[in-house]
Design a protein around this ligand. Structure first.
Ligand code: ZN
Length: 341
């Protein structure tokens, strides 16, 4: 029952664009899987804040919720009934660790192996071709989508239904970068964007082109290169200049590496420098993404200095009330450069 409450709370937070609550409910290393037309990744756009664009306006209105132990399957369709969706969430200790998203697809969840089936709370058997297919494979169907019928048109079935349950049950190891994104002083909205950047799930122009959405594909900052994740956050001169300014404030002598092994390796310690660099790095990613969206959607522009000022402010706020040993020379100059009182 608790699992169901957690999932419903997430939909409320998503529809309210309440990023803080979304972050509290989702695991930092959430495993996300999508099946459907690439232009329909509404859940992703909500999680990344791209929902400010009208193109991405979408509300998730759950029509049915079914719980199998730690797995909560929710289905619904949009107001115009043109899009049906099914989400299979995995909830562990009150936190969502996995989601599988299926759009405009009739879906059957089958049980594999010898595990004892738990009884679905509102299982409604309505045989379909995909259910028949599963039964012949000796995988009894435990759940079937029905909102595709509500939408009232035929939708393609998932051909590998027998695999879904197995996939849903998969366990994944915690990823290395968990601690540089979801650290104690993290800034939720910045962490969400950084997390999506690491997974390369931000809707960059390169991504949008791949999805068939018309765009010239060029970076909004330089208008020269294709806007990929790596270009936007590492290779573009705008990003390079901003990152260089951050390193100067920290007196670090190292070049930018988009690969995460550097922050993962270097920022483990509880030193002031790693305490500063983690939020600095997250807000750096976040503010570049935000600035990119401002330029594209609002035609408003800020320069590197203004973004740097914002990053310093974010970092200072995170460090308020922290006990800092200022007798240490490195700490003293860090406080000086970052304006930490
Ligand atoms: Zn560029």
């Amino acid at each position: 029952m608790q699992e169901k409450v957690v999932v419903l709370a997430l939909y409320e937070a998503l529809n309210a664009r309440d990023v803080d609550t979304v972050h509290k409910i989702l695991a930092g290393d959430l495993e996300w899987w999508f099946h459907g037309p690439p232009t329909h990744q509404f859940l992703m756009s909500l999680l990344t804040g791209a929902s400010s664009d009208d193109y991405f306006r979408f509300e998730f209105d759950p029509l049915s919720v079914t719980t199998f132990g730690s797995i909560v399957i929710v289905e619904g369709c949009d107001n115009s009934r043109s899009t049906s969706w099914v989400h299979a969430w995995t909830v562990v200790d009150g936190i969502i660790t996995q989601v599988r998203e299926y759009l405009n697809t009739s879906l059957t969840v089958a049980r594999l192996g010898n595990s004892t089936p738990s009884t679905p709370s509102d299982y409604n058997p309505s045989p379909s071709s995909s259910a028949a297919e599963v039964t012949t494979l000796h995988c009894p169907s435990v759940w079937e989508s029905s909102s595709s019928n509500r939408v009232g048109k035929s939708v393609p079935g998932v051909s590998k239904t027998k695999k879904i349950w197995e996939e849903i049950r998969e366990k994944h190891n915690k990823v290395l970068w968990h601690k540089v994104v979801w650290f104690p002083l993290h800034i939720p909205k910045a962490s969400v964007i950084t997390w999506m950047a690491i997974l390369d799930r931000l809707p960059t122009r390169a991504k949008l082109s791949q999805m068939g959405i018309p765009t010239d594909g060029l970076c909004i900052f330089c208008n020269e290169e294709i806007e990929t994740r790596d270009h936007l956050f590492a290779d573009c001169n705008f990003a390079k200049t901003l990152w260089k300014s951050i390193l100067q404030l920290t007196q670090l002598q190292m070049s930018w590496e988009v690969r995460l092994d550097w922050p993962c390796r270097e920022w483990k310690a509880k030193s002031l420098i790693s305490t500063v660099m983690k939020p600095a790095w997250n807000t750096y990613i976040y503010l570049i993404w935000k600035e990119r969206n401002r330029r594209i959607f609002q035609n408003r522009t800020r320069d590197v200095d203004q973004l740097l000022k914002n990053i310093k402010k974010f970092v200072r706020i995170q460090l308020i009330g922290r006990n800092i040993n200022r007798l240490d020379d490195v700490n003293a100059s860090l406080c000086n450069y970052w304006g930490i009182d």
